[in-house]
Design a protein around this ligand. Structure first.
Ligand code: DC
Length: 219
């Protein structure tokens, strides 16, 4: 009997502003598989809880909302609620996401959706816990790091405020400390992950390196 071919999955994790979104997007285009932006899913749930007027610290209420929400991800990786794309870049979405992401029931619903998406379409999955919890058996696992200084400079450029790089560097270092030590899905490289740094490599060079690893894993 012919072996069942499962679609290709690459999972990319790493600290904020390490460049993983850009690398994941370019890699998805190169491999011809959809990008699964897991942060966008937490943002969609965060916004839905906010719009429903819930207390975002109330685990039971947020979990019930997450479970009843008609949330989906299209075959090209667009997050929808009730069939409509969600504007996840809205200002308040990021902070709402990080507040609802601590509730285990919210994570359980989203992890199940993410795994279902990966099984069906294959993907380049980007986000915290994609390498450790969601797809620990992915074809390739990547942990993309960068020094706090480089990440602060990148963030400052993105924000159009280069003079604030020092301040961002301090903030980033303390957030890393908090992220790495939190109880739920802490930031840490998965065993066997390919560890890369964007300090001295362009996104294109990183994509090339990961594509090589994919080639070796799925000849
Ligand atoms: O990557 P992002 O900024 O879009 O993520 C928004 C928030 O969601 C961030 O605070 C961390 C959380 N998140 C998470 O807990 N697990 C994921 N897999 C992705 C994001």
């Amino acid at each position: 009997m012919a072996p069942t071919l499962s679609p290709m999955i690459v999972a990319i994790d790493g600290p904020a502003a390490s460049g993983k979104s850009t690398v994941a997007r370019l890699l998805g285009e190169r491999l011809g598989v959809p990008l699964l932006n897991t942060g966008a899913m937490y943002r969609a749930v965060g916004l839905a809880c906010l719009d429903a007027g819930l207390d975002l610290e109330d685990a039971a209420a947020c979990e019930a909302r997450a479970n009843s929400l008609d949330l989906d991800v299209t075959s090209v990786g667009v997050v929808t609620v009730e069939g409509q794309p969600v504007a996840v870049e809205r200002e308040e979405a990021g902070s709402a996401a990080s507040r609802v992401a601590v509730h285990p029931g919210v994570r359980a619903r989203l992890v199940a959706l993410q795994q279902e998406f990966g099984r069906r379409y294959g993907c380049v999955a980007e986000g915290r816990d994609t390498t450790t919890v969601v797809f620990p058996d992915a074809d390739v696992l990547v942990f993309l790091a960068a020094s706090p200084r480089i990440r602060a400079e990148r963030r400052a450029r993105q924000e159009g405020a280069p003079e604030r790089a020092e301040e961002y560097a301090r903030e980033i270092a303390s957030r890393d400390e908090r992220d790495a030590s939190r109880a739920v899905a802490p930031l840490r490289p998965a065993p066997g992950a390919l560890r890369l740094s964007s300090d001295e490599a362009t996104p294109e060079q990183l994509v090339e390196r990961i594509a090589q690893a994919v080639e070796e894993a799925c000849p």
